[in-house]
Design a protein around this ligand. Structure first.
Ligand SMILES: Nc1ncnc2c1ncn2[C@@H]1O[C@H](COP(=O)(O)OP(=O)(O)O)[C@@H](O)[C@H]1O
Ligand SMILES: Cc1ncsc1CCOP(=O)(O)O
Ligand SMILES: [Mg+2]
Length: 250
């Protein structure tokens, strides 16, 4: 069970991002082939140190020396399945927090079964869009200590006791690929420096949404937006987060 702070607001979210910049956490991302490079660039821009290896022979050592782990089920090939087993085993053995992104489990029955089995291994946070999270609902509802983050035009996050709504973002986020994958990696990054899983997830979600709002200004389309989004993540500071985060109790 994660430690819980009293307040989740723009100020506490901004403090989490400040800590990421100060600590430069090591975040291992076992993610899909589509999202890998974009995800790594977003994490570096914020100040984290990503590693992206998927092979089962190496991933355990990387997780053991990392501060947190992301498991993303997009492009779930045999190598990634084996890598996931090794990575989650290493995270559990060394007490490292890990985050699950159940990409497209609503579309592939075998992937859904794999995700349901992973949910029994105590992820700190699971984040997905509404269709993905609905496909996992029976198990998520009973998962003790796992924060559930459902994203879309509005984002809803809960630890079963507290529910938080985040209203930042821009529709351009839905017009390019891997914005959800990168957000899940940012959540893993924030969880590396913040033991309250709900606060970590809220801080990452609000920061991503604010960066998107700023990147969208003057962007002619999703291509320019994608590049500007990385720039905005690189520049975002605590004052900006405190001023622009729209975080409220649900
Ligand atoms: N219509 C929208 N308006 C604003 N933000 C959005 C919209 N749709 C998605 N987002 C944002 O895009 C990011 C990815 O969310 P989502 O599309 O739910 O995930 P995925 O890419 O995994 O399907 C989140 O930060 C979410 O808040
Ligand atoms: C298109 C696609 N296919 C397998 S993984 C992937 C990327 C999904 O990215 P996101 O869920 O962030 O849109
Ligand atoms: Mg996704």
């Amino acid at each position: 069970m994660s430690r819980q702070t009293a307040t989740i607001d723009a100020h506490s979210a901004a403090r989490v991002i400040a800590r990421v910049r100060d600590w430069a956490p090591l975040v291992h991302c076992l993610t899909n082939t589509v999202a890998q490079a974009f995800t790594a660039n977003v994490l570096v821009a914020l100040g984290a140190v990503p590693s992206m290896t998927v092979h089962a022979d190496e991933v355990g050592a990387l997780v053991e020396t990392a501060d947190s782990l992301l498991i993303n089920l997009g492009t779930l090939d045999p190598e990634r399945r084996a890598g996931t087993e090794a990575a989650v085993r290493a995270a559990q053995a060394t007490g490292k927090p890990w985050v699950l992104d159940p990409v497209k489990v609503d579309r592939v029955a075998t992937r859904r079964a794999f995700a349901l089995a992973l949910l029994k291994r105590d992820p700190a946070i699971v984040r997905g869009n509404s269709a993905e999270m609905a496909a996992l609902f029976p198990q998520i509802a009973g998962a003790q200590g796992t924060v559930v983050a459902v994203t879309g035009a509005r984002d809803s996050l809960s630890d079963g006791r507290r529910t938080i709504l985040v209203d930042n973002g821009d529709p351009l986020l839905a017009r390019m690929i891997a914005t959800g994958c990168a957000l899940s990696a940012l959540i893993a990054t924030c969880r590396a420096v913040e033991p309250d899983s709900l606060l970590a997830a809220v801080a990452a979600t609000a920061t991503w949404g604010i960066a998107a709002e700023r990147a969208a200004i003057g962007s002619p389309g999703p291509g320019t937006f994608a590049v500007r989004l990385i720039d905005e993540i690189g520049e975002i500071d605590t004052a900006t987060i405190e001023r622009h985060a729209r975080i409220r109790n649900g």
